[in-house]
Every structure is written in C-alpha cells, then in structure tokens.
Design a protein around this ligand. Structure first.
Ligand SMILES: *Cc1c(COP(=O)(O)O)cnc(C)c1O
Length: 452
C-alpha cells in the first residue's frame, strides 16, 4: 500500500507534455523536427519515465526529459544506411557495401537518378531501345565475349544462365565446387531454383576429367565450373580446369558455364585470381560474375559469352524480375569505361595497387594526427570471395585509449558519425590503411579526439 502511495506522489512530479512543449528548448526542437514529432517524442519519453518511476526508479526533471526526447528525435532523422569508414583492411567487405564507386560512376548514377534518361529509348530512331546496349558493348570489348548481359547481381546471373541452358535437365558439377557463397546462397539450391537437377561428380578434394566424362548422359544440359571463392582445398587435391573441360563440352554439344564470382578483368600484379577474358579464351561458353567485387562497380551481375546462348537468356521470363535499375546501369557503364580507359581511377583497383611505402606513410600521418597509438604491420585481404588465402601486406595504427577497452573503443567509433569500423589485433583496435584514404585521416583523428 505504502509503495503505491509513494509512486503516485512521484508520478505527480512528472511534468505535463504541454508544459514541456512551452519551453524554449522544445521550441527549438519544433523548429527543427515539427510539432507532431516533438509532441510524440515527449509523450513517449514521459510514458517511459512513468514506467521507470513505478518500478521505483528516479523521476527525471524537465531538462532530462527534453534531453531524452532530443536524442530520440535525432535518431529518427539519422539515416539507417550511412557512410562508414572501412578500416578493416578488407577491400571488398560485403557487410560494408563491397566496392566504393569511382567518382565518374557516382556522377553517372546521380545524373540519371535526378532526370529522365534514354533508358529504353533509341534517340536516333525515336523508338524503343535496348536497356543495356551500351554496357553490353563495353563488356564485349573488355572480355572478348561475343555477347553480354547485365542483371541485378551475381546470384541472378547464375540463376538466369542455368535456368536458360539447363532447365528440365542435369547440370554436372564437381563435389569440390558445391559451395555456399554467403547469406545462404548455395550452388545446389541455385541449380534447383533454375529448374535443373544436380549431377555431382568426383570427391571433395579430387575431381578428374574422366569423372565428368562418365556422368554425361542424355539428360545432361550443361557442365558448370564454380570458383571456390571463399575457401580453398589444399593438400591432396585435383580439379579440372576450364581449358580441360571445354573440349569435352564441345564434343557433346553441351555449354560450359563458369561462375567466376569476382569478375576480375585485368591481370593484377600479385593477385592470382582468374580473369574473365582468360576464362572465355579457355573455352567457357558462358561466364557469370558480380559487378561490385573486383570489377569495382555497383551491385550487378554479368553473363558474358556465346551470342546464341545470350539470345536465349534474353527471352527468359525471369530476366524482367532480375533486371538492373537505371542508377546501377549508369554506374556500371561508367565503371566499365574506366576499365577501358583508366583502371587506376577505380577505387578497388587503386587500393589493391598501393605500395608498402604509401600505406606506411598514411599510417604515420594518422599516428601524427592522433598523437597516440603505434604504427604496426598488418595483413589485409581483397575479400569479396576473391583470394581468401592471399594476404596483402599493409600498415595500420594500433590504438589504445586510456580507460577504454579495445572492444569499447571499437564500439564507440562504430556508433559515431561517420561510423568507423576497424578490427581488433592483439588486444588493440587496429585501423588498417589499405582501405582508408588520405581524406579520411582528419575525420578519424577528430572522432578519436572526441573520445578522450
Ligand atoms: C560472390 C559470388 C556469387 C554471388 O554474387 P553476388 O553479386 O553476391 O550475388 C556467386 N558465385 C561466386 C563464386 C561468388 O564469389
């Protein structure tokens, strides 16, 4: 009984919404967020305070209530998807949005976003035009393919390719290549979704040409080769290359489909990743790859290869559901132009080509700006399913802020504006320079200074 009396008395101590709305602080909030939003925020703050008070908690004063409402309103206007500084040293980090776009790609996307465009309109004839024509020409030029098509992502590219060539029949895949790419995207499921059934050959560690040969029947519709992407089989292993599979496929009139994953177009020094032109030259009839991995463009998927196969894919009913939107299409076209004219302007390729001296001097610059920590040698990764085992020598600043654990320091930088994501190395928060630009240094320094 007594407890209830106390809590009634305490609840009376809470101000009314109306009184809070009349304060100067609320007036400023109303100017910024509007009356409805401010009223709602104050109501919900008061509701929460009432629950706390009933549970025996302290009753907050007007100032504190207004402060809580301010925080709530600020969170409401903060975008859910926001800029993040990637200091993890993983260049293609799927959780951090993979490839940052080149300036030209950003501009191209903005321009078509804010205006009408000739997306499906032929300006010469004034008739309906092909949506991805410009991108297709560039893709053929860059890969040596007869024809190409861009869709929504790499998963869509492989789904569409298999759905078109193999529906109703069997797809032969090595047991060593039945991979899960991430987010539950598994090759056996994609084959099923494409309306085909899976014929597994070989073993986890060894598959030979004779295994493929023996599995070919009247029901076979395609041979599929999948880039192992995010794992490696090491030790006692054997796999059959595209060059070895191509004659077998040709002999039986079957298409050889290669899911390359990363879409590497150039022979990058130090990166032992198969290239798209190489896979096609070796005899793959269709190759599929992502737009936002080593290609360094927007989320997209590409199918490139033989014209007759691409023509069939173009009439597949799923194409419409998997098509690329105009902003991504514009960004992809601009990125492909850079691959042709000036690849070093593509941020992903630029990052991967940085010298040890550049990385070390950026670490030294950050250290000087921070006034604490130490520069350390680290190992970064290309990421995005490319070269999981291949480390890229890099430099980082290892941070320790007195009074903060490494985890707490990492958390505070993550929730800041912009978010900064590093990784914990030997009990310190390491900010890796492989994925940080010179322009990020003052931003990081300011964020760390604000924590001290
Ligand atoms: C990444 C990847 C995919 C999927 O591509 P998304 O663009 O993420 O849809 C498919 N296959 C392989 C081998 C990959 O590495």
């Amino acid at each position: 009984m007594r407890g209830e009396e106390v809590s009634h008395a305490t609840l009376r101590g809470l101000p009314q919404v109306q009184r809070l709305l009349e304060t100067q602080r609320a007036a400023a909030l109303i100017a910024q967020f509007g009356r409805t939003a401010v009223t709602e925020a104050l109501r919900s703050t008061l509701d929460h305070a009432r629950v706390q008070a009933r549970a025996g908690g302290l009753v907050p004063g007007a100032e504190q209530l207004l402060q809580t409402a301010t925080t709530m309103l600020a969170a409401r206007t903060r975008p859910g998807l926001r800029r993040t500084i990637n200091a993890t040293g993983v260049v293609l980090h799927t959780n951090l949005g993979r490839a940052p776009l080149a300036e030209a790609a950003v501009q191209a996307a903005c321009e078509v976003a804010a205006s009408y465009s000739n997306l499906e309109y032929d300006l010469d004839t004034g008739r309906r035009g092909a949506r991805t024509a410009a991108v297709e020409t560039l893709l053929c030029e860059l890969t040596g393919a007869e024809a190409a098509l861009a869709v929504n992502n790499g998963a869509a590219a492989i789904l569409l390719a298999l759905g078109s060539v193999a529906a109703g029949g069997e797809v032969i895949v090595s047991r060593g290549e039945l991979v899960e790419i991430g987010g539950g995207f598994r090759i056996p499921d994609v084959i099923r979704q494409g309306g085909a059934s899976l014929a597994e050959v070989g073993t986890t560690n060894k598959t030979r040409l004779a295994d493929y040969q023996a599995a070919i029947t009247g029901a076979t519709r395609a041979l599929l080769k999948v880039h192992q992407s995010n794992f490696r089989t090491v030790g006692f292993t054997a796999e059959v290359t595209i060059a070895e599979l191509a004659p077998l496929a040709r002999q039986h009139g079957l298409p050889l489909v290669a899911d390359l994953g990363s879409g590497n177009l150039h022979d990058l020094p130090g990166l032992h990743e198969p290239t798209v032109p190489h896979a096609l030259a070796e005899g793959a009839d269709l190759v599929t790859f992502s737009g936002d991995k080593l290609l360094g463009g927007p989320q997209a998927g590409v199918i490139a290869g033989r014209k007759e196969r691409l023509d069939a894919i173009r009439s597949h009913p799923l194409l419409r559901a998997l098509r690329l939107d105009k902003m991504s299409l514009a960004a992809l076209e601009a990125t492909l132009r850079l691959h042709r004219d000036d690849p070093q302007r593509i941020p992903v390729l630029h990052m991967l080509a940085q010298t040890d001296a550049e990385l070390e001097s950026r670490a030294a610059a950050l250290l000087a700006a921070l006034g604490l920590g130490a520069t350390i040698r680290t190992e970064g990764f290309a990421g995005g399913g490319a070269l999981p085992e291949e480390r890229i020598a890099s430099w980082a600043v290892a941070l320790a802020v007195p009074g903060l654990s490494a985890d707490e320091l990492a958390r505070r930088l993550r929730v800041g504006e912009p978010a900064i994501v590093g990784r914990i190395v030997d009990g310190h928060l390491a900010l890796d320079m492989l994925t940080v630009s010179d322009a990020d240094i003052p931003t990081i320094a300011a964020a760390v200074a604000a924590l001290r």
